[in-house]
Design a protein around this ligand. Structure first.
Ligand code: GCO
Ligand code: MG
Length: 404
């Protein structure tokens, strides 16, 4: 079997997605997600200009060799663009291999370790009452784990809440440039414990509550937040501190028993090494599209398993239904499974990516179709052309650029 053609499909059924389709000389094909939110075209060029020409006529069964060829062979290793390109190719190759084996991908990985996959939903609101209402609405849908994000009094727009009445610079939105938000760590730290106090009053204790700090704190601030949240027994506190300096997590760990989750911007096992090896985190949140496909994800989760760190694939709306499908196969197999993020998709996205994976209340399952079970409707994709779009940027009240 040989790789005959690789197509890179960019479409925007509500948001931009980059999808890789590998077609073999025997007609079997595979699909992979290669989306990097706000930098989509860079991955398209990396694939079309540099990767695709090297893979034509190669044997698609040699997944590991192709992974190593693209990782080691390029000399310029790692980074979100390179690794998303490798992820797209790798996931499509696993899809092909599982189709050829006539099995769902999770069988090829070693078979199911559980019957269903616990997912967490997002709930957010500007006021504490709004968040409580949003959490109850998700509970009604059957979720047993919910991430709660709240507005901070005095700020128009903040991470996870959107920009209800718009951020300051609405002209940026008209020109489709990054929106700018304003941030104050001290105001945030004073407010968030009140939010979770209220949520526990409202939902009780038989519900997993999660919170995402989106890399905005310093280690000692995160340690304080972790301590202040201890009475509310969070499932986790996510991304408290940027992880360029993983040693910072030692400070957090030394001060709080609130579980810590990290990894949505990690690309490789090397990014995750220190925090896993020193048991500084409880959940590793890498995802197939950004951490080297099924091959990369499996390697990271296996490594994490010997340090009591559990899996928690990143799964926001910018991780396409293709990567979601691949994640779910890994989730069903992985012995040290923790949880899967699921924040849903637009109807157009579901339609453009027909998928075998299913949702039942707060639980997901990859389905039993052969391969990873997700396809792309290329005719529909043509109807949704790429739209330039950016993640917001964040500034302190005095204008200093801060982490978003
Ligand atoms: C999450 C994330 C996302 C990211 C987004 C960036 O926990 O789901 O923080 O919301 O911000 O994926 O592209
Ligand atoms: Mg996050």
């Amino acid at each position: 079997m040989k790789i005959r053609e690789i197509r890179v499909i960019v479409a925007s059924p509500g948001r931009n997605f980059v999808t890789v389709k590998i077609v073999t000389d025997e007609g079997v094909y595979g699909i992979g997600d290669a989306t990097v939110n706000g930098r989509e075209k860079a991955v398209v060029s990396y694939l079309e200009d540099h990767v695709v020409p090297c893979l034509i006529d190669r044997d698609p069964m040699r997944i590991e060799d192709i992974w190593q060829y693209l990782y080691r062979g390029a000399y310029w290793r790692r980074g979100p663009i390179t690794m998303a390109a490798i992820s797209g190719i790798d996931t499509a190759l696993w899809d092909i291999k599982a189709k050829v084996a006539n099995m769902p991908l999770y069988q090829l990985l070693g078979g199911a370790s559980r019957t269903r996959i616990m997912a967490y939903a997002h709930a957010q609101g500007r006021t504490i009452e709004d968040v409580a209402e949003a959490v109850l609405a998700k509970k009604e849908l059957g979720y047993v784990a919910i991430r709660a994000q709240a507005g901070v009094p005095g700020f128009e727009s903040i991470y996870g809440i959107g920009s209800a009445r718009g951020a300051k610079n609405s002209s940026a939105r008209i020109k489709k440039l990054p929106r700018e938000e304003v941030w104050s760590t001290s105001k945030y730290l004073a407010h968030i414990p009140k939010v979770f106090e209220k949520l526990r009053d409202v939902v009780g204790w038989d519900m997993h509550l999660l919170h995402d700090a989106h890399h905005r704190l310093t280690p000692i601030e995160a340690a304080r937040l972790g301590k202040d949240l201890e009475p509310y027994r969070l499932f986790w506190l996510e991304d408290p501190v940027p992880a360029e300096l993983p040693e910072g997590y030692r400070t957090i760990r030394a001060h709080t028993t609130t579980p810590i989750a990290l990894g949505e911007v990690f690309n490789t096992i090397w990014d995750a090494r220190v925090v896993i090896e020193e048991q500084l985190i409880d959940y590793i949140r890498t995802t197939s599209v950004h951490a080297g496909g099924v091959t990369g994800l499996r390697r990271i989760f296996d490594f994490a398993s010997i340090y009591n760190v559990r899996s928690a694939c990143h799964g926001p709306t910018d991780v396409s239904p293709v990567a979601m499908g691949a994640n779910l196969h890994v989730d069903l197999w992985v012995p040290n499974f923790g949880i899967q993020e699921y924040s849903g998709y637009t109807e157009a996205t579901h339609e453009m990516f027909p998928h075998a994976w299913t949702q039942d209340g707060g639980f997901l399952h990859p389905g039993d179709a052969i391969g990873h079970g997700v396809d792309i409707d290329e005719n529909l994709a043509e109807k949704y052309p790429y739209k330039r779009s950016y993640l917001p940027v964040n500034r302190l009240e005095d204008g200093t650029l801060w982490h978003w």
